[in-house]
Write a protein that binds this ligand. Structure first.
Ligand SMILES: [Zn+2]
Ligand SMILES: [Zn+2]
Length: 127
């Protein structure tokens, strides 16, 4: 029962959280980049155009609200600005968008999270 052990546990826990976050960010980045390649940089709701730094405000929405479903043809994606995306989710309350914004809510879905295999295959294909 040393404080050292406790600290290690805390660090491990932090590392896991960091890793989960990294994975999520990486995954989001990947499909977002892909979506930005195949779609014009315009919000599908309000029609605003995004370029340069403001491109950060353009996010990928999943039409079926399952962000593990990422068909490489983009048929499940919609580019939405932060505001429209928020709107889109405020009445669905699904985890896609609110994941980050609900501290204390430890409803991280079980290990069903799969980095979209289809996209990988297609990337390989195109090369
Ligand atoms: Zn918009
Ligand atoms: Zn969304």
């Amino acid at each position: 029962m040393s404080t050292k052990k406790t600290r290690t546990e805390v660090e491990t826990h932090d590392q896991i959280i960091a890793e989960v976050r990294r994975n999520r960010e990486r995954r989001e980045k990947t499909y977002r980049e892909w979506a930005l390649k195949i779609y014009p940089w315009i919000c599908a709701r309000c029609g605003r155009e995004f370029t340069g730094k403001r491109l950060r405000e353009l996010t990928v929405h999943h039409k079926d609200h399952n962000h593990d479903y990422n068909p490489p043809d983009g048929s499940n994606w919609e580019l939405l600005c932060l505001y429209c995306h928020d709107n889109e989710h405020s009445w669905h309350q699904d985890e896609d968008w609110y994941n980050e914004a609900t501290p204390g809510d430890e409803q991280e879905p079980p290990s069903t999270h799969k980095p979209f295999a289809g996209l990988d295959a297609l990337l390989k294909d195109k090369k």
